[in-house]
Design a protein around this ligand. Sequence first.
Ligand code: ZN
Length: 191
Amino acid sequence: MVETLFQRDIKIKRVTTLGYSAAQALNDPVRIKILEILSHVQMCAEEITKTLGSSGYKKATTTIRHHLDTLKSAGLIQATKMVEVRGAVMKYYSPTLRAFSYDMPDLEKHVKLVDDTGTKMFKILKSVLEDKKFIAAFVGKDACGQCKGDHYKEYAALEIVSAALAEAMDRKEYAELIIGKEQPKKVAIRQ
Ligand SMILES: [Zn+2]
């Protein structure tokens, strides 16, 4: 006899296309912080150590070098330039993934915004999945043993949406949305 003691339905709330090595590489708050720092300006290990130190992450440069190796192997950062300073070679890095080192926001109060955005996202996903070039390149490579679905097609579409999101965030107009066009006005603090 089977007695169910606990049961509930869990809804998927987030989607990630991170592969195994990238997920492993992100399994460390310091490495997430490094990606966040590099998203503003390319830096070498020494500069990253200094910047982390001033935001409360006191680490040795050798530790940071090790973190950089891990991020590089996972393809999350790439060397952008090499310079020689008094005989020492400095390597500068830029990220290939945008990471944010915040706690997850509570979206319970924003169900409508999520739902409305979901409607728009569905149209975007549909347009990708029905694109002729997309179908020729990515469809028919997988059939799931459990649902017969083509999850490779699903994965490729998500990678395209993710790359498109990164492309949109790279535009000048996006920076204006985040930083603002004008000089910030004095903010009145209401008591
Ligand atoms: Zn399946």
